[in-house]
Design a protein around this ligand. Structure first.
Ligand code: 3PY
Ligand code: MG
Length: 258
């Protein structure tokens, strides 16, 4: 059994906080380079990243080569596509703009096998990759993969209690950028704004009380450290683009200082 993969969900709940490499770039070598710096998993960003289907598949495989899980942040409402990514070996799905319990139920229904949901079985990579037989895939696949709803709107926050009560949902992931936009009625984008910080505290408290995985996007490491203190169990740290840009800027500044 591939415990480094199948045990991910349990490890998130037990702690310590896991850190995710947020990967929007298409080349799997970028994912690999960042992952090797000690991140616990990769999140491949299909929604806003540069990925195509081939690069999602390559990202999953390169993460697996380093014995790390890969999760995919899907497009809005793209639950059928998400099930394919699980078949290919993604260990988790992060679904944006989940605004109601009905949204969360539909998400879980697509991605969890019966009796929890109605996921369709496909004899693709995931079964062998996880070390499962077909029968075990049906019986244990639901526990080996995580289904996470993004809370990133005013509506999602208002429906948080009902969303957290959806049985097939493993966790919530705060998108602070979109949250800042909706909380200000389009007035600003500021993922570090005090209103977002207050919402992050509420999501952590309610999510942990409901026994769900609490996770969030962090624009940088400083923010991630603050959210560890709030009890967050899975945090992304910047993005591949941000990390590349900040290292480039810092090194060029040193070169020009001479
Ligand atoms: C947000 O901050 O809105 C996100 O979706 C993180 O990428
Ligand atoms: Mg968002």
């Amino acid at each position: 059994m591939s415990d480094h993969l199948t045990g991910f969900r349990a490890r998130l709940k037990a702690g310590p906080t896991a850190f995710a490499a947020w990967c929007g770039m298409r080349d799997p070598a970028v994912t690999e380079t960042i992952l090797k710096e000690g991140f616990d998993c990769a999140i491949l960003d299909w929604q806003h990243g540069y990925h195509d289907q081939t690069s999602i598949e390559a990202g999953i495989l390169v993460a697996q080569a380093h014995r790390k899980p890969a999760l995919v942040r899907i497009g809005v409402g793209d639950f059928a596509g998400a099930a394919r990514f699980l078949d290919w070996g993604a260990l988790g799905i992060i679904a944006p703009m989940i605004n109601s319990a009905a949204d969360a139920r539909t998400l879980a229904d697509f991605l969890k096998y019966p009796p929890v949901g109605g996921r369709s079985w496909g004899p693709t990579r995931a079964t062998g990759m996880l070390g499962f037989t077909n029968q075990q895939q049906i019986q244990r696949g639901n526990d080996a993969t995580i289904v996470i709803a993004m809370i990133e709107t005013r509506e999602g926050l208002a429906a948080l209690d009902e969303i957290l009560a959806v049985p097939g949902l493993d966790g919530v992931f705060v998108g602070p950028g979109d949250l800042s936009i909706t909380l200000s009625n389009g007035g600003m984008i500021d993922p570090l704004h005090a209103d977002v910080t207050a919402a992050l505290k509420v999501v952590a408290e309610k999510g942990l009380a409901a026994g769900k995985i609490v996770s969030a996007f962090c624009p940088d490491g400083k923010r991630a450290a603050e959210l560890v203190a709030m009890g967050y169990q899975l945090l992304s740290v910047g993005t591949d683009g941000f990390l590349l840009r900040s290292a480039a800027r810092a090194e060029l500044a040193k070169a020009k200082a001479s």
